[in-house]
Design a protein around this ligand. Sequence first.
Ligand code: C2E
Ligand code: CA
Ligand code: CA
Ligand code: CA
Length: 278
Amino acid sequence: AKAAGKRCVRSSGEAIDAALSRRTRLARDLPAALDEGQLRVLYQPVVGVHDRRVLGLEALVRWEHPLLGTIPPDEFIPLAEEDGLIVPLQRYVLGVATRKAAVLLADGWDVQMGVNVSARHLQAGCLAPDVAAALTAAQLPAGKLILEITESVLLDMHDRLLSDLATLRGMGCVLSLDDFGAGYSSLAYLARLPVQVLKMDREFVAGIETDPRVRVLVAGVVELGRTLGMDVVAEGVETDGQLEQLRAMDCRFLQGYLFGRPMPFEQLRALLSGFDPS
Ligand code: C2E
Ligand code: CA
Ligand code: CA
Ligand code: CA
């Protein structure tokens, strides 16, 4: 038992070492990711509940590390936030996503492009000018850009953050409250923020078929959004059963693997060409 315990301690120590060194290594390599074009933006469709028509997209960034392969955003965004690289990273994503949205618009597709916002970018005070610069460079109307904000953005919600959000809203950008319901005080944010879209966290959608109480909650969120005049998007829709439930609740916008995984731009464009432009 003693030997087993020792082995256990040692192997967990090794696991920590390995995790630390991966983290250290990623942090060291991150500047090159930006400079050498190792970041890749994928696009996931948001569809209408009745006809599955693509109404929107979400831009999701990946890091194609030359040796370690694809690194997911949950792993490197926090590093970029710590190392002061998040602003250039977000500028890059904003630049690419707005240009791609403009291409689709020129093709005749009336879609909105969602970009995830980092709390640090907002705190740095340059989100609004960076968004304005990206829209101008891409010649994209502001109403075609959705800025997805999470509670982490809002944890320290002082007046300047609120006024920056109001500035973005005033420019015509659409604001979306991401991961709605995943935190503990979303309702308070909903009351104070100038958002037009609610993205319901996929944990709710995951429970919709199996847990009657979750179903009641989801129906309540859809109704709440409707009453407040907001669009509600259900995230993480994976099964036909979930789709049926959401359709019955008249949740009008859906996103999830059932309709498409995040994909490269050209693949998305090919998918779109299977429909007629509206
Ligand atoms: P998010 O904004 O909640 O994005 C949705 C995540 O759910 C994405 O993970 C997407 O691939 C995944 N997803 C979509 N449909 C399904 C489904 O049906 N089932 C399951 N299990 N998952 C699904 P991803 O791409 O790994 O992104 C993770 C998070 O990283 C995002 O969560 C977002 O918070 C952050 N992120 C991604 N791109 C950016 C970015 O450019 N800037 C910032 N600041 N954050 C980003
Ligand atoms: Ca999002
Ligand atoms: Ca989300
Ligand atoms: Ca998330």
